[in-house]
Design a binder for this molecule. Structure first.
Ligand code: AMP
Ligand code: ZN
Length: 114
């Protein structure tokens, strides 16, 4: 999608701090981190949000979660634990309409989801 911020980041048109990349996913540091580790894992294929995923996207979903595990390992939170969040739509506070998974770690989270 030509007008999408994360598509531009994936294409290298907007700079980002890459953490991990494979054929299907791109992972980069969040520009406004909410935790010592805050990485966004995004599919290279554009989906507006998790709402658009169907059974036909099983391979991409599997690759996303492989990417998330790889990011956790690379950032050193694999053993200590981390939180994975994806926001869908207005009430969840989604601000970028390209499916992304926040990987948050390096601190102790409460049970409060806000
Ligand atoms: P969400 O609110 O779930 O849509 O999350 C969007 C995330 O993208 C926020 O945590 C922002 O800080 C992050 N973000 C916005 N622009 C950039 C950028 N240029 N590079 C890295 N992260 C960004
Ligand atoms: Zn996009």
């Amino acid at each position: 999608m030509s007008d999408c911020l994360f598509c531009k980041i994936i294409a290298g048109e907007i700079p980002s701090k890459r953490v991990y990349e494979n054929e299907f996913v791109y992972a980069f540091e969040d520009i406004a981190p909410c935790a010592p580790v805050h990485v966004l894992v995004v599919p290279k294929k554009h989906f507006a949000s998790a709402k658009e995923l169907t059974g036909a996207d099983a391979e991409i979903l599997s690759e996303i979660f492989k990417g998330i595990n790889e990011v956790a390992r690379l950032t050193g939170v694999s053993e200590s634990g981390y939180r994975v969040v994806t926001n869908v739509g207005r009430d969840a506070g989604q601000t970028v309409l390209h499916l992304h998974f926040h990987v948050l770690g390096g601190k102790l989270f409460g049970a409060d989801f806000g």
